[in-house]
Design a protein around this ligand. Structure first.
Ligand SMILES: [Zn+2]
Length: 162
């Protein structure tokens, strides 16, 4: 059984509403293939606001650790997920200029009377996950590349060369 959270996106932005909660990984089936185990949840905060130039916006913040699998040593990797997306509501994508589309400070979302918030969160989680997750340094034996502990002298040597 999965829950559903539906908002009228324009009204949500106009009234500066807020929505906060936790969405279980179990309720995000499209993410399951990437996980070492289906556990935990994503903490989400959705805030409606009117942004610069009077545009209706939704600010979506996500925080969690996602249990992915390292593609180098195949062990579990708890990926820290922090998302802060500004989603600007548009009536029609045809209204967007090239300049809008090239602006990375915000994304665009069709204004909907019945916006499925949980599906939106799932989309954002998928977008935020690395394509090839890897530990910064794999500590386990046989993990391909060995974890190299850099000595402070090596760092200094590197600095003096620069
Ligand atoms: Zn690894």
């Amino acid at each position: 059984m999965s829950q559903q959270v539906v908002i009228d996106s324009l009204a949500f932005a106009r009234d500066a509403r807020r929505l906060e909660g936790d969405l279980a990984m179990a309720d995000m089936p499209r993410v399951h293939d990437l996980l070492t185990e289906v556990s935990g949840s994503v903490h989400y905060r959705l805030t409606g606001r009117i942004g610069a130039l009077g545009k209706s916006q939704l600010l979506l913040q996500l925080d969690c650790f996602v249990p992915l699998r390292c593609q180098r040593c195949m062990e579990r990797l708890d990926f820290p997920l922090h998302v802060e997306s500004v989603l600007e509501l548009v009536e029609s994508e045809a209204d967007l200029t090239q300049e809008d589309l090239e602006d990375d400070s915000r994304d665009f979302l069709p204004a909907e009377k019945k916006l499925d918030v949980l599906a939106l969160i799932e989309d954002e989680v998928i977008l935020a996950l690395p394509v090839v997750p890897r530990h910064d340094s794999c500590s386990l034996p046989g993990g391909g590349e060995k974890s190299v502990k850099e000595s402070p002298f090596a760092v200094l040597a590197g600095l003096s060369k620069a």
